[in-house]
Design a protein around this ligand. Structure first.
Ligand code: FAD
Length: 303
């Protein structure tokens, strides 16, 4: 119930204003977001790389309804990739892109505009020596996102995608994507989805996660295990013995565990969000975990 309300608020302009205008929100946001500008993302990347972790960087923004905003997002990624290259940080780095931030949600030509914009980012990533992963958003965008993935992979075979264990369709998608060269991030899923398309019960989502993980680990692609769940991390360690795969976690969540995994020699990639449009991302993090919400509410009520 609380999760549903927070996820509904994540898409409400009114709730957005109330949260953004509260000056006390900032301190909590800083725990999950690396900063507002390119140099902040570069600084966070430097610290993570120095501690043995890899990064995937997200320029925050989603549900863009304006072509100019979509172009601005592309420019931000191009600037970021060039800054990473200048600092010697691009090799091995990845950028995560939400297609709705580069035009997918625009009426009429949205799919085409998102494809063209994602292609520009892929070209910049190639030039810098980095990779690109397409984030997955709500289920109404899944087909369009996987189509764009297929188009991009013809020219940039290292472009990766995300599948969400809470969707009924995902086991089939896992089979389709477990092919040579295919980078696939498996997560539980962060949006408010109806029972017609998604498992509602947490234990069912977890069971489907493991089913999909088995398929990815048995396939020829490159699995990216995105979870903070200790049980899933342990199972991935067992299933992935002797093969290439990586763990992924979000910036600011379980940082000690991230360091432990990196220190033992496994690839640990941290998802680093930055930018001023942090609202939707932040609300999804609150919805995931009551402790995150409690931390937020404490900061709101104490100085
Ligand atoms: P949860 O069920 O949230 O947590 C399971 C357990 O993990 C908890 O019981 C606890 O033991 C531990 N845990 C979780 N959080 C904490 C914490 N703060 N401190 C300590 N322990 C904790 N979702 C999408 O829909 N699309 C995407 O493209 C996408 N990309 C992602 C990329 C990355 C790298 C990651 C890590 C997540 C991404 N997500 C995405 C979000 C994902 O779908 C989940 O909403 C989110 O990761 C929470 O699920 P979880 O697997 O961590 O498990």
């Amino acid at each position: 119930m609380l999760r549903t309300s927070l996820l509904a608020a994540a898409r409400s302009p009114l709730a957005r204003k109330a949260v953004e205008r509260n000056p006390l929100t900032r301190s909590v946001v800083n725990r999950f977001v690396a900063g507002a500008h390119t140099p902040d993302a570069v600084t966070a990347t430097r610290a993570l790389v120095d501690s043995g972790r890899a990064v995937t960087i997200d320029y925050l923004g989603e549900d863009t309804t304006d072509v100019a905003d979509a172009t601005h997002t592309v420019d931000a990624y191009v600037t970021l990739l060039s800054a990473l290259a200048d600092q010697g940080l691009a090799a091995g780095a990845d950028v995560s892109v939400k297609l709705s931030a580069v035009g997918q949600a625009l009426p009429g030509e949205g799919h085409k505009i998102a494809l063209e914009n994602a292609r520009l980012i892929a070209e910049a990533a190639k030039g810098a020596g980095a990779t690109l992963t397409l984030d997955m958003e709500d289920h109404t965008t899944t087909d369009s996102t996987l189509d764009i993935l297929g188009e991009l992979r013809q020219d940039f075979p290292w472009v990766g995608a995300v599948i969400q264990a809470y969707l009924h369709r995902t086991l089939g998608d896992a089979h389709d994507l477990a092919v040579a060269g295919s980078r696939v991030r498996l997560c539980k899923g962060a949006y408010n989805e109806p029972a017609s398309v998604a498992y509602q019960d947490k234990s069912e989502v977890d069971r489907n996660y493991i089913r999909c993980l088995r398929v990815l680990m048995a396939g020829d692609g490159y699995p990216m295990v995105a979870s903070h769940d200790p049980r899933i991390i342990a199972i991935a360690g067992e299933l992935g013995k002797g093969r290439d795969f990586e763990y992924q976690m979000l910036y600011g969540i379980r940082p000690q565990e991230q360091e432990i995994i990196a220190r033992r020699g496994d690839t640990m990639r941290v998802y680093v969000p930055y930018g001023v449009q942090w609202y939707g991302y932040f609300m999804r993090r609150l919805a995931e975990r009551p402790a995150n919400l409690a931390f937020f509410l404490r900061a709101m009520t104490t100085r």
